[in-house]
Design a protein. Structure first.
Length: 327
């Protein structure tokens, strides 16, 4: 029997689904109606947290309510399919993760969207590090413990993920590949379920966004083995990175970006990009992000395209080499 994983607290008005602001600040390119911000993951996920943090300051800049709308499932395919069918007027946009734009095109043989054809890139928003965790019941206390156990008993150790092809899946697959070990993958329906499974000992391991595991790490309910990022984190400064532990593996990207349907006018893209940039300079938002180990990455639409290209070359190549498919 699993226990519910506590959701991370959000401060201030970011709790609200709809945030009302004065009409006097409305941009001329927007009609007098709310902006729907679609989230490709469930409530409490990293993407949902960032969307709700962004909603209030973006609403103030746009002069329109920003309503967060969760459309989770199928590795984000449900949300992205919905977005591509909307009018390109800027009133229905989405906050999506790297997997939707970079991994899914390599994972699905019949993906119902084309990243270049069906979407307008608006703005990069945030990035976050991942962490490799173990169950206290596994007896694994370090990466070397993990590798030794896995080599002694190939395939016996298990790891959870948020779903086949998800970042949490690919990150652990990459670790196994680079350390030449065999692990057994057990996908769950979401991040909370996967982390809870590690806590209760249903599975041995998981690679997960740091913010989704940090409270349980601090409580001793999870054992951190390595930081899956380019450098150590402020939250766990004593935890080495995979590279420091001798694992030559690319860092799992954890970035999020705003996108919309294809054909959005440049003026609307510019307005939304400016609203996102302004939101990412808001002191209250930055404080919330910092507390949850989320980092702002304001930039241009071209910055998103560059990230998609770069990460696609690395992780798309890995997906093809491993013949990982989702049908």
């Amino acid at each position: 029997m699993t226990t519910a994983l506590p959701r991370r607290p959000l401060l201030g008005a970011a709790f609200g689904a709809a945030l009302l602001v004065p009409k006097a600040h409305a941009q001329g390119s927007f009609r007098n109606q709310p902006v729907r911000l679609v989230v490709s993951q469930a409530a409490g996920s990293n993407t949902d947290v960032v969307a709700r943090l962004m909603a209030d300051p973006m609403a103030r800049r746009l002069g329109q309510p920003v309503v967060v709308e969760n459309r989770a499932g199928a590795n984000g395919v449900i949300a992205t399919t919905f977005i591509k069918q909307q009018r390109p007027d800027g009133h229905v946009i989405a906050l999506v993760g790297v997997s939707l734009l970079t991994f899914n095109p390599y994972l699905y043989s019949n993906l119902p969207y084309d990243v270049a054809r069906d979407f307008t890139m608006i703005a990069p928003v945030s990035d976050t590090p991942f962490v490799l965790i173990a169950s206290p019941k596994s007896g694994i206390k370090s990466l070397s413990d993990l590798v030794q156990r896995a080599k002694a008993q190939p395939g016996k150790l298990t790891y959870s993920s948020s779903g086949i092809g998800n970042s949490t899946h690919l990150a652990t697959e990459m670790l196994a590949d680079r350390t030449r070990i065999q692990l057994t993958h057990i996908p769950y329906g979401g991040t909370s379920q996967g982390v809870t499974a590690v806590m209760t000992g249903e599975v041995d391991l998981m690679t997960v966004v740091l913010g989704n595991a940090l409270p349980q790490i601090r409580d001793g309910a999870l054992v951190p083995l390595a930081t899956v990022a380019a450098g150590r984190t402020k939250a766990l400064p004593e935890l080495p990175t995979l590279a420091e532990l001798g694992v030559d593996a690319p860092v799992m990207p954890g970035w999020l970006a705003l996108i919309g349907p294809a054909g959005m006018p440049e003026s609307i893209v510019a307005t939304l990009n400016e609203a996102a940039r302004e939101a990412l300079s808001d002191p209250a938002l930055l404080d919330n992000m910092d507390k949850q180990n989320i980092f702002p990455i304001p930039g241009t639409a071209d910055d998103i395209r560059a990230r998609v290209k770069r990460d696609g070359e690395v992780w798309g190549g890995f997906i093809k080499a491993k013949n990982l498919r989702v049908e």
